[in-house]
Design a protein. Structure first.
Length: 357
């Protein structure tokens, strides 16, 4: 049976921005190397630092993580950065992965507060992914990025993305000064539903002020600033009118593990009961919410609250962080904590439905 990696990545490089229209090259992200940063490189966009160019970890450090945790992180740079698409496909073969759904990297944070910058950069990125998809023999599907500061431009760009292999739309739990349940996004949700795409809410945070606040005194960890917005947004969506207003809309909650599902299901039961409503027996299925698990989740326990039809898994291929496990799909099977039928749902049937593949 085929397997689908529901959360893989591309790592943007200078070549990515060659796909920005010639007349818009003034908006091109630049690489800067601040003194005293140990050689780290950052994207400089619209006068501000907008995140690391790539997650810096040496081969030795990745091997040490593998020895300590059992999670293999290694992926060649040419495949992480899509310099060699055939090599990426070959590595997928070695990992036993048939299809990868590609999420971005730099867009985990807001790239600009100005619509003209966002439009140019998003369009360039999407055309890079369209070219990758063209080379990918149907095996590299992707989540598009939209200039959400301008809804009209977003809806127009979505047409191109759908025509060139996109299977979802990238969002963060907090989008600028809006939550994703804001009615501002309803025209987008309507069009996403019509085109049979998914909304991919990846770990991230699109509010710079919030990022600055929660990054203080926490050792630089990303749990509060990137993972908590995913969990809060999922809870908010299921409490909101969004699932009812858009009965075909599907959400993917990516790279925040799945261990939090029992917590929010229990909380929703209490909240719905307090207002005289009854939560569906399987709220994730009823409201079309799909969550990517990790192999160190208590997956068998999580399934009691999520059901078997709404859990997927991703490798985080391309990154080198605590979520990365390039052999996650293979490892999930060998752990022996779930049935073969559950494994096939998580690695194929569920993501196939989620992304309409």
């Amino acid at each position: 049976m085929p397997t689908i990696d529901s959360d893989a990545h591309v790592v943007e490089t200078e070549h990515t921005w060659d796909f920005i229209e010639p007349a818009q090259q003034k908006f091109r992200p630049l690489i800067v190397r601040p003194h005293g940063e140990g050689g780290a490189e950052y994207w400089f966009i619209d006068g501000k630092i907008r995140g690391l160019v790539r997650l810096v970890m040496t081969a030795k450090e990745m091997d040490e993580v593998a020895d300590r945790t059992g999670r293999v992180m290694n992926a060649p740079r040419e495949t992480r950065e899509m310099e060699n698409v055939p090599a990426r496909l070959k590595h997928m073969d070695e990992l036993g992965i048939d299809v990868q759904v590609l999420y971005p990297t730099v867009f985990i944070e807001q790239i600009s507060e100005k619509p003209d910058w966002e439009i140019a950069i998003c369009k360039g990125y999407n055309r890079w992914l369209a070219d990758i998809h063209r080379q990918g023999q149907g095996r590299l599907r992707w989540i598009c990025v939209l200039p959400l500061l301008d809804m009209s431009a977003s809806l127009e760009e979505l047409k191109f993305c759908k025509q060139h292999g996109a299977c979802g739309v990238f969002m963060r739990g907090i989008e600028g000064h809006r939550l994703i349940t804001d009615p501002y996004f309803y025209p987008l949700y309507n069009e996403v539903s019509r085109l049979d795409l998914a909304v991919g809410v990846h770990v991230g945070n699109g509010n710079p002020d919030n990022l600055d606040l929660v990054s203080q005194y926490n050792g630089g960890g990303s749990f509060w600033k990137f993972r908590i917005p995913v969990i809060g947004a999922c809870h908010s969506v299921m409490m909101s009118e969004v699932p009812t207003l858009f009965p075909k809309l599907r959400f993917h909650w990516a790279e925040a593990s799945a261990q939090w599902i029992p917590f929010i299901v229990k909380d929703l039961q209490r909240r719905w009961g307090a207002i005289g409503k009854t939560l569906p027996d399987n709220p994730l299925k009823a409201y079309r919410q799909f969550v990517s698990c990790q192999t160190d989740d208590d997956v068998d326990y999580v399934l009691k609250y999520s059901g078997e039809d709404n859990i997927t898994i991703g490798t985080d291929y391309g990154h080198n962080d605590q979520s990365t496990e390039v052999e996650a799909l293979r490892n999930l099977r060998t752990m022996g904590t779930i049935s073969e039928n559950q494994y096939e749902k998580i690695t194929y049937h569920n993501p196939k439905e989620l992304f309409a593949l």
